[in-house]
Design a protein around this ligand. Sequence first.
Ligand code: FPP
Length: 246
Amino acid sequence: MNLDPNNMPKHVAIIMDGNGRWAKQRGMERVFGHREGTNAVRRIVRACGELQIPYLTLYAFSTENWNRPKAEVDALMTLLVQAIHDEVPELNRNRVRLNAIGHLTDLPQQCQEALSQAIADTAGNTGLTLTLSLSYSGRNELTRCMKAIAESVATGEIAPADIDERVIAGYLDTALLPDPDILIRTGGEQRVSNFLLWQIAYAELFFSPVLWPDFNKPHLLDIIAQYQNRERRYGKTSEQIKAERP
Ligand code: FPP
């Protein structure tokens, strides 16, 4: 597939959906789908590294996912701790820097520790920044952001008149990340499910019918090729955008 190297996305965000159905289709428990999902994570992290995409953000566990049956939540947390721990050497080999967003203090202690350790162990890497969204939802992030801004106003650190889009973005969990260029949701549903609500204002959305455990590099390449054929107008006219091109 011929991709334009000058029009690659800088930031790809993915809602990894379909693990449960993948397992059920095979007569297995849902957790097998999540386990297979970690292999898809490894493949897509590697693919993004090869494509020199600087940022990949994955929706690994939403604040709403806490409402799933306890056995599934426990299995997912165990899987996460194991994957985060086991993957550090591979992340380092591929120069991947691990990052996490979300209400991380909700996570079990063991998971928080594995995460902090892996983030510290990969902090010096200069390739892909892989952000795991854990106990994350867009509304929860925005609520925490608003509280933090209110506290800064209360202490006199900022004045209400100074609050603009740049200031708000700086208080979000994603303060150090550019906005996603592409949001992919696998598994056939066509909704954003509380993911990066502020940040996807101008993202190109792609809904893939492929279940996450089956998602592979060719699917990603196909989406990037479609992305390169879209015109991102940011509210302007097509004529304006064409006139601005070098
Ligand atoms: C959605 O599928 C997926 C999740 C809630 C969890 C995603 C977790 C992983 C891919 C594994 C661990 C990840 C990392 C980063 C190591 P679903 O269960 O909602 O599937 P369904 O819609 O078919 O029920």
